[in-house]
Design a protein around this ligand. Structure first.
Ligand code: PEP
Ligand code: MG
Length: 578
């Protein structure tokens, strides 16, 4: 038996078989020269690869048709591309002209086509870029005999063991069969961790070497509460964990009984507890946990699931579904926050040196105003069906917020010109995730309807720590004096302007820190749905007056360890008086 320790990022216990997922990076494309007499042979190789893929696609379409119409439509589009005469003619001409192997020709022709399409003003053409790159990749895999394993195609219950998963891979994995997730990389605020929590998949990340220590088929126990992974456990540990599992399931069910009790302190201070979600279908679960609204809908996951782009109608339907599920409760729809680790295939330059400091979130949206307005029109139209609010991510200075609002007004006029109904008024807010925004929160609070603090990024940018990098994660404490002061500045700035201050970073969902956030004066805390009952339980056991005194002392501390120590003492005194 081996015992590995990492960061517990999603609570729960799972016992099951390991599935080692290894990344299928496209290797460097081989390149060699041909003689004229070899051209026909080379072309035959290409046609054979296409034929085999065509058979595969035809069978797959038959399998999904009826059950998954959208999936079938994508497959049909890919099949058409495989058989496209113009595309094949272009490849054949290039092959004859350049006299290089077909892998190289295919890669260079498709790469040029993709770049051209991406620069096109028409969104439909830009979307085709994704298809071309996907289909070319499939043909290259065939030619180079690369086996592609996808987490979307799992057919039995497994515990996924990976080095590092992109958020899009985590989103698209077949969650029915994923019982837990363990990774070498990652931390509690990485997007993969956030997605695991939203789906209630127990997860331990930042294990550094789990892909070397675990083989496919090994028996694993994953303890997402303590951050432990047992590889091929002995009978004693197995027996212990089987009983922990039963206890855990009981606690899990008890959480739902808190649904209707108010989230308020013993001395009567009320807080709004909302849920962070990634897909419209998660709203129902959030309400079951007692959320009084959606404090953050990460809309970019609509784009990551649909392979790069979601058109206006698809987006409109998704937002409408979400708003209808929430009824009259408010829903904060965050505009597309791509970039960083959430890369839309083909939309981002592969060589961007510093993606976290680069083309991300509102910067990307403002650089693509036509695309951005598609999203804004879809939200404005859907807002007729519920109580929508909009938040703009990663605002660094006030002009970005003003430009975003101006585009929102343009989008509204375009809807009117099209005879489409839109919501009369929609509240707009700023995410405070960059130190410059927190420092100037007073200016932003004058303009915006509300401020929402994204601590995951605020910590990352304040302390200069990549939030997904387990090696420097020890620095990333939300209770560093610098972070605490920026949070306080933001909340006070909002209140001075009579606006609400909310928090939707992961900090808001950690029950240990609830007294600190209450004492700082937050109005609203938004978190993974399953954290709501835990935070509510803490709120109902504390006095706001004590929390305020605690925070006053904390703000005088010079080190995070002193702050944590004060918190330990506070929590211990709560336990004693309980
Ligand atoms: C944050 O940065 O705290 C946040 C909520 O946004 P995301 O985690 O999606 O970057
Ligand atoms: Mg963020």
């Amino acid at each position: 038996m081996k015992e590995l320790s990492g960061t517990p990022v999603s609570a729960g216990i799972a016992i099951g078989k390991a599935f080692l997922f290894t990344e299928d990076q496209l290797p460097e494309i081989p390149r060699w020269s041909l003689k004229k007499v070899q051209i026909n042979n080379e072309w035959e190789r290409f046609l054979a690869a296409v034929k085999s893929l065509t058979r595969h696609y035809t069978a797959k379409i038959k399998h999904v048709e009826g059950a998954a119409k959208e999936h079938a439509a994508i497959l049909k589009a890919h099949l058409m591309m495989l058989e496209d005469v113009d595309f094949q003619e272009q490849l054949r001409n290039q092959l004859e002209k350049e006299l290089q192997n077909i892998e190289w020709i295919l890669w260079s022709v498709s790469h040029t086509m993709v770049q051209k399409l991406l620069a096109a003003p028409d969104a439909y053409l830009r979307e085709r870029a994704v298809d071309i790159s996907d289909v070319s990749r499939q043909i290259l895999n065939k030619l180079l005999s690369i086996q592609q394993v996808s987490l979307a195609n799992l057919h039995e219950d497994v515990i996924v063991v990976a080095h590092d998963l992109m958020p899009s891979q985590t989103l698209n994995m077949n969650k029915i069969h994923v019982k837990a997730l363990v990774m070498d990389a990652g931390s509690a605020t990485s997007h993969t961790a956030i997605l695991a929590r939203s789906s209630d998949v127990p997860a331990v990340l930042g294990l550094s070497t789990c892909t070397k220590e675990i083989n496919s088929g090994d028996m694993l126990i994953v303890d997402g509460n303590a951050g432990k992974v047992f590889v091929n456990p002995d009978n004693k540990v197995l027996k212990e964990y089987k009983s922990v599992l039963v206890r855990f399931e009981k606690i899990y069910l008890e959480n739902f009984t808190l649904r209707d009790v108010p989230p308020q302190t013993i001395d009567g201070a009320h807080f709004s507890l909302k849920a962070n979600i990634e897909l419209p279908g998660e709203a129902g679960k959030a309400l079951k946990y007692g959320a009084d609204g959606i404090g953050l809908f990460r809309s970019e996951f609509l784009f990551l699931t649909s392979g790069g782009a979601a058109n206006e109608e698809k987006q409109f339907k998704a937002y409408r579904t979400l708003l209808q599920a929430a009824g009259s409760l408010p829903v904060k729809i965050r505009t597309c926050d791509v970039g960083g680790d959430k890369v839309l295939p083909n939309f981002f330059p592969k060589d961007e040196k510093n993606p976290l400091l680069g083309w991300r979130a509102i910067r990307f949206s403002l650089a693509m105003p036509q695309q951005f307005k598609i999203q804004l029109r879809a939200i404005l139209r859907a807002a007729v069906y519920g109580n929508a609010e909009i938040i703009f991510p990663l605002i660094s200075y006030v002009e970005e917020y003003e430009q975003a609002c101006a585009l929102l007004e343009e989008a509204r006029s375009e809807c009117r010109a099209n005879g489409q109904q839109t919501a009369e008024h929609i509240r707009t807010g700023v995410m405070i995730e960059v130190p410059s925004a927190a420092v100037c929160a007073d200016i932003l609070a004058q303009k915006a309807d509300f401020l929402s603090i994204g601590t995951n990024d605020l910590v990352q940018y304040t302390l200069a720590v990549d939030r997904g990098n387990e090696k420097v994660n020890y620095i990333a404490s939300e209770l560093q004096p610098a972070v605490l002061r920026l949070i306080k500045t933001t909340i006070d700035a909002a209140h001075n302007e009579g606006k609400t201050a909310s928090m939707c970073g992961e900090l808001a969902g950690i029950p240990r820190y609830t007294p600190v956030l209450a004492g700082l004066g937050l109005d609203e805390m938004s978190m993974s749905a399953s954290s709501i009952p835990k935070v509510k339980r803490i709120l109902r056991s504390i006095h706001l007056s004590d929390c305020k005194t605690l925070v006053e002392s904390m703000l005088r501390c010079s080190q995070s360890s002193e702050i944590e120590h004060l918190l330990d003492e506070f929590l211990a005194s709560c336990d004693k008086s309980a």
